[in-house]
Design a binder for this molecule. Sequence first.
Ligand code: SF4
Ligand code: SF4
Length: 121
Amino acid sequence: MAKEFNCKECNAKCCRYVATEIDAPEDEKDYENILWYLIHKNVSVFIEGKEWYIQFSTPCNKLDKDWKCTIYEKRPKICKELSINSCEEYGHGKPHNFLFETEQDFIEYLRKKGIKIRDLD
Ligand code: SF4
Ligand code: SF4
């Protein structure tokens, strides 16, 4: 059974990033683009199911110092749609199949798949 929400305890984890779906990379140009994303600070890429996402770790400006939403009643639709089941902290939110936090994580993933990619260092 899912635990109850305790947003204060988790310090508003889901309000401290923006993630959006991207096309799954298919060729060298796409791989290079992902490397480019990953050499930026606070940018990661992850795979959930079959979908690929880019994530920017940056807190929402509407959080107060106690991690509470200051526009709760008027918060965007995407925030309202979060259900207990999709809460990654206390619900059944799917863990990432793969999480790439650095370009090395991604290079390693490709190499394990037998895909050659140049190292940036
Ligand atoms: S909804 Fe879940 S992830 Fe988001 S702040 Fe609350 S407990 Fe944390
Ligand atoms: S608007 Fe409120 S609920 Fe939505 S991300 Fe910002 S702080 Fe979180």
